[in-house]
Design a protein around this ligand. Structure first.
Ligand code: SF4
Ligand code: SF4
Length: 695
């Protein structure tokens, strides 16, 4: 049989099997719910693909990522070379690059291809050395990785053999010169193996090359390299709206099927596409505060668990006709036939996704800090998935830690997570004349105090300092007083969407009733809920965090700090101000103006800041093992700063506790940025002095 027919048969069979696999993977993914968003901004999405897939921007920013980048870019060049081999093998030499583009371009490309194969081969040898001898943390050499790297190495070697021996067989001693633009293949051609032996070796290398390429193509979807297929569409379809970052979608509580995610098909399909995109780089887990303090949560493993569940369960779901309901919950579903009843029985025997493949304690360990999502080079959204599965646990299964049940009760009965009597909400303001909105309906700003600012002793001092600053600047503001309720952030992130919606609707009704337009708050969690999540409930306000507002007051000269702080300051970025709301500069500029010098940066700072351990309702849960707040406080203390500044009442509580745990409360104080500014302005009441005493 002529060689061309064998090549055609192999290529057709391989591509047919590959396409069959891909369409199955897509159908399994499409069992997910419809994606609620849209995919506009096509030009920007194209740019994202160029930047984040082809240029590997996120990876390129990491130190020591050069070997990954060179292998990736090299692999792209090798793929272009492989395309020519497949095209000429099937259609003949008419599709060779020299015929298509001219010999000049062909020679230039072959030169690049040859050198690229050499570089990639060297890096793979280094990768084996690194993984076997150096053994970096969290990147063990798996069988899969060994196979993939070996296949790429043999692709490179067979490239040299194919071109070198072919030239030697055809041109004899002239060969090295004739293919001199391909330096490594020319070296092979100069080995003196010409004639029929050279021809046989060239053919052998050709077939090795072809078989590896076709096997690789079909191995990709079943290996960790499935990301070669999933990453590009996931990057192209990523959420591009910065205002929506970290925003949870409003659930339809009338529809029980919308009560979070208990089965993989309750995720929307874009969320499932995420799981095909994972490169197993472990950046998420290496940045996860839960994972780094020995909690039973690895965001990377969680993504793989969702993917494995999808592939296993989805395989069975594909055996059911459209309209057949595997859960038996839909009364209007099509009656299953006998074969489908067997499939449904098999589905029923599978371990559940939530509580089985993914344990409850894994989900409860998350602080919703977003470090995983921020670190992920292919834009996978881990926290949303975790919160959706928590919602299933709370709303559908009624399973949650006892501390959370207590917190929910407090929020339900007294509108605050501590459960302190609602009539005590204004106790902190005793002795202070506060303008209430009910008496000052024309106040320009509503100051949202927040539950921490009202009920926590330490945060109350921050509230005083922050309001003192507003008074000094002559800002016309008012507060809701007893009419304010918890925003519900902690309830929502702990999975209690019912409670969150109840509180959100109540607050929106109050705020809209007064016609509130502008809100100021010192709590990043309230800031996040009020600005990003309340619009879904009809609450549309211009919300500013106190770091932003105070920075403006200083910039416009309404507040004039004296730069009288001689103490070195470091700043801890709150997750819900920095990562989720992209505000890193305002608190730093404020501290700079207030203290006279820029804050000392911790190693994990800005987008890579390490969580204090309070978010996602962790503030009210028991923590076992090494503590997240102690980890972060140790880093802050190690900067040598005498003041750790924060811009969140919960961070303040956690880091104050961390300083005490480290027995550093004599040397280091924890202040809110408002207290630092008040100190710089010489405002003494209930602020820095008392805070020092408290610390
Ligand atoms: S949100 Fe934070 S705690 Fe949760 S998985 Fe991601 S990195 Fe870990
Ligand atoms: S950071 Fe993203 S790509 Fe890397 S392992 Fe985690 S989920 Fe996968």
């Amino acid at each position: 049989m002529p060689k061309q027919y064998i090549v055609i048969a192999l290529v057709v069979l391989s591509f047919a099997f590959f396409l069959w696999t891909v369409q199955r993977f897509i159908r399994v993914m499409k069992k997910g719910r419809p994606f609620p968003g849209s995919f506009g901004e096509k030009g920007a999405r194209f740019g994202d693909v160029l930047l984040y897939f082809f240029m590997q921007r996120s990876v390129a920013r990491e130190p020591l990522s050069w070997h990954h980048l060179l292998i990736f870019w090299g692999f792209l060049v090798i793929t272009v070379g492989t395309a020519e081999i497949l095209a000429t093998g099937v259609f003949g030499s008419a599709l060779s690059y020299s015929n298509l583009f001219g010999s000049g371009i062909d020679r230039a490309f072959k030169a690049v291809l040859d050198v690229t194969n050499g570089v990639v081969l060297l890096i793979i040898c280094y990768s084996f050395f690194r993984r076997i001898v150096i053994r970096p943390r969290l990147i063990p050499l798996s069988t899969d990785a060994t196979l993939i790297l070996s296949m790429i190495a043999f692709l490179c070697i067979s490239h040299f053999g194919m071109h070198g021996f072919e030239a030697a067989a055809a041109l004899g001693s002239q060969a090295p010169q004739a293919i001199g633009h391909m330096p490594i293949s020319a070296w092979v051609a100069g080995l003196g193996v010409g004639g029929s032996t050279g021809h046989t070796l060239a053919e052998a290398n050709y077939w090795i090359h072809l078989v590896i390429v076709l096997f690789f193509l079909n191995y990709i979807p079943y290996s960790k390299h499935i990301h070669l297929l999933g990453a590009l569409p996931n990057i192209a379809l990523r959420g591009r709206d910065k205002r929506a970052v970290g925003m949870l979608p409003k659930l339809d509580l009338e529809d029980e099927n919308d009560w979070g995610v208990g089965r993989y098909e309750q995720f929307h399909w874009k969320s499932l596409l995420d799981t095909y995109a994972c490169t197993e780089c472990a950046r998420c887990s290496n940045n996860c505060p839960a994972n780094l303090t020995d909690k039973p949560l690895s965001p990377m493993k969680l993504i793989h668990d969702v993917r494995d569940e999808m592939l296993e369960r989805g395989k069975l779901l594909l055996k059911l006709r459209d309209g057949v309901d595997p859960t038996g919950e839909n009364e209007n579903a099509t009656e299953p036939n006998d074969a489908e009843k067997v499939v449904i029985e098999e589905l029923g025997k599978m371990e559940p996704l939530v509580g089985g493949r993914i344990k409850d304690e894994t989900l409860w360990a998350c602080t919703t800090c977003g470090a995983c999502e921020n670190a992920c080079p292919v834009f996978i959204e881990h926290p949303l998935k975790i919160i959706q599965m928590r919602t299933h646990l709370v709303l559908s299964e009624g399973r949650m830690p006892a501390e959370l049940a207590r917190m929910f009760r407090g929020m339900e009965n007294n509108q605050n997570p501590w459960g302190i009597g609602a009539d005590q909400r204004m106790a902190w303001a005793e002795g202070r004349e506060l303008p209430l909105l009910s008496d000052n309906k024309d106040a320009e700003y509503l100051v949202w105090i927040g539950c921490a600012g009202a009920f926590d002793d330490r945060a109350q001092k921050v509230t005083h300092a922050w309001l003192d600053l507003l008074d000094q600047a002559g800002v016309k503001y008012a507060v809701l007083g007893d009419e304010e309720s918890c925003t519900g952030d902690a309830a929502r992130r702990a999975g209690n969407e019912f409670l969150f919606q109840m509180l959100a609707e109540q607050n929106v009704e109050t705020l809209n009733g007064y016609g509130v337009k502008k809100i100021l708050t010192s709590c990043p969690h309230c800031f996040h809920s009020l600005s990003k999540e309340y619009p879904a409930f009809g609450g549309n306000y211009e919300v500013q965090h106190h770091s932003q507002f105070l920075q403006q007051l200083v910039a416009t000269g309404q507040l004039k700090p004296q730069r009288n702080s001689a103490k070195a300051i470091t700043f801890h970025d709150p997750c819900y101000l920095g990562r989720w709301n992209d505000e890193f500069d305002a608190p730093r500029e404020l501290l700079h103006r207030a203290s006279g010098s820029a804050p000392i940066e911790m190693e994990r700072t800005r987008g890579k800041s390490f969580c204090c351990g309070a978010g996602g309702a962790q503030m009210w849960m028991e923590e076992e093992g090494p503590r997240v707040n102690v980890n972060r406080t140790t880093e802050a203390v190690n900067t040598g700063a005498e003041t750790i500044a924060t811009a969140c009442p919960f961070c303040n509580i956690m880091i104050t506790d961390g300083v005490k745990s480290l027995d550093k409360d004599e040397d280091v104080r924890v202040l809110d940025i408002a207290e630092v500014l008040a100190e710089s302005l010489g405002i003494q009441r209930a602020t820095a002095k008392e805070a020092e005493a408290t610390n």
